[in-house]
Ligand binder design. Structure first.
Ligand code: ZN
Length: 170
């Protein structure tokens, strides 16, 4: 078990698209275990690999925070979306910053599990939001990029000037 440091905005690894996972080896399995430990340690509901400095298409999620029931998504994509909903969002890489973000209300995720098997999963509510937030991370996109051009620019310049104290989010 290892809790990894969470990379904070504006580190470059957060704004760079991550690489596709070609093979799932012990190294990826260890990374996933550490990401799960880190997510719970930070009270997050989701965590992308580049948030712990590893540029790979992997995220973990736990909408209900129940240990042993977390979701592992490797090379994830959203294959269907439905509806629109605007709700407050936060991010472990941007501590103490919450803004409403427009997302699809319902999505279907397609990904590989740790055994390399393809699965599909429907997400609604918080789970749908986590899927979209984490896949954005893997594409080098942060939720502050989704606030609209003016608000996004203002938020980023504000974030660059402050010193965060606490964490919370995904
Ligand atoms: Zn995040």
């Amino acid at each position: 078990m290892a809790i990894l440091p969470v990379v904070k905005y504006p580190e470059k690894v957060l704004t760079t698209r991550t690489r596709t996972v070609e093979r799932i080896t012990d190294q990826e399995r260890r990374l996933v275990r550490d990401m799960i430990d880190t997510m719970y340690a930070e009270s997050g509901v989701g965590l992308a690999a580049n948030q712990v400095g590893v540029s790979l298409q992997i995220f973990v999620a736990s909408a209900d925070q129940v240990r042993g029931k977390e979701l592992v998504a490797i090379n994830p994509v959203i294959i269907r979306k439905e509806g629109v909903i605007r709700e407050f969002e936060g991010c472990l890489s941007i501590p103490e910053f919450y803004e409403p973000v427009k997302r699809s209300r319902k999505v279907r995720l397609r990904a590989l599990d740790l055994e390399g098997r393809t699965y599909e999963m429907d997400g609604e509510g918080l789970l749908a939001r986590i899927f979209q937030h984490e896949i954005d991370h893997l594409n080098g996109v942060l939720f502050v990029d989704r606030l609209g051009p003016i608000k996004s620019r203002l938020s980023k310049s504000r974030l660059l000037r402050r010193r965060p104290r606490m964490t919370g989010g995904a």
